[in-house]
Design a protein around this ligand. Structure first.
Ligand code: NDP
Length: 296
């Protein structure tokens, strides 16, 4: 028996539909959520991401505000822009596209973001709120990964969860979310001994490593839920552009063993922007003193 495929593309589409319905309600009540995106420099990948974010923001009925700055912008001006967006009552969410060009230090820029508008969940205050179980904005990719997990395992309580990867962006927040959901969480990393044996214990195995197909089929416990966060581009001469995307899990092997698995592409990836829009909606509701609509 092969694993159930967890279709992140379809899930993200459904989520965006529910967000759009909630936004419509806010707009009817006379208030439109707005997301401000700051793009510094000309990095082509960042330009594509920002364009996609802006398009999807508008598609769910929110206002998209874009600030494009040259790579030569002084650090102080960038921080001043973030502070101006903090003070702007029209702005609900602020996202600074990373990485910043060489010469700019991302940390003080991120830390300048008002945590209540921190829709990427990257400030220290957001990380602290997540770690201490207080309401706050959660990083988008971990939130999306968790939603996909819950779509096949609504109750994670008591499950053995192993997260491979401990970055602030992905691994640590996913581990916090699993812990908050009462899973028993192990966080593995590059210094972990006998990683395969640890992975084999997992009812829920999350890979966020950045190493193509590192997690093999025989690392997966039969019936486990496998959430593959990895996005790696590898050479493939059979493809027109000579490359293809793979995850951190060897999909063909793992799907023969797992109970359910996210594919790459089409798994966690599409959830990231959908969760950014969800966070913007949450920030907008909280700033207006409104309850967060139930997005299912
Ligand atoms: P980082 O490089 O920041 O972190 C990688 C983590 O994996 C580190 O904690 C590292 O351990 C660990 N690691 C590296 N090698 C090994 C190994 N051989 N065995 C065990 N652990 C190892 O990556 P990110 O967390 O930012 O991203 C992880 C993956 O997720 C990437 O493929 C990235 O492309 C993808 N990603 C996808 C997103 C999306 O779906 N939209 C968004 C963000 C990321 P140590 O701490 O010891 O160095």
């Amino acid at each position: 028996m092969t694993a159930t495929l967890i279709d992140g593309k379809a899930f993200a589409e459904g989520l965006r539909g529910r967000i759009a319905a909630a936004v419509e309600g806010l707009v009817r009540a006379g208030t439109q959520p707005a997301l401000a995106v700051v793009l510094v420099g000309e990095d082509p990948a960042s330009q594509v991401y920002v364009r996609n974010k802006a398009r999807q923001t508008v598609e769910v009925g929110m206002r998209s505000i874009e600030h494009k700055l040259p790579a030569s912008v002084p650090q102080g001006d960038l921080v001043a822009l973030v502070r101006a967006l903090n003070a702007d009552p029209q702005v609900d969410g602020i996202l600074v596209q990373l990485p910043l060009p060489k010469g700019l230090d991302a940390r003080p820029v991120i830390e300048a973001i008002d945590p209540d508008k921190d829709v990427d969940g990257l400030t220290d205050v957001s990380a602290g709120r997540l770690a201490s179980g207080r309401p706050g904005l959660v990083p988008c990719t971990p939130l999306g990964a968790m939603m996909l997990l819950r779509s096949v395992m609504p109750d994670v309580a008591g499950a053995e969860a192993v997260v491979v990867g401990r970055s602030n962006l992905v691994g640590k927040p996913i581990a916090q979310l699993l812990l908050a959901a009462d899973a028993t969480v192990t966080v593995a990393h590059s210094r972990t001994r006998d990683l395969a044996a640890i992975c084999r214990r997992a009812d829920v195995l999350v890979a966020a490593v950045g190493r193509p197909e590192m997690v093999r089929g025989d690392w997966v416990k039969p019936g486990a839920i496998v959430i593959d966060v990895g996005i790696n581009r590898i050479a493939d001469a059979s493809r027109p552009n000579g490359t293809r995307l793979v995850g951190d899990v060897n999909f063909e092997e793992a799907r023969m063993v797992a109970g359910a698995i996210t594919p790459v592409p089409g798994g966690v990836g599409p959830m990231t922007i959908a969760c950014l829009l969800r966070n913007t909606l949450e920030a907008a509701c909280r700033r207006r003193g409104l309850p967060m609509p139930d997005l299912g």
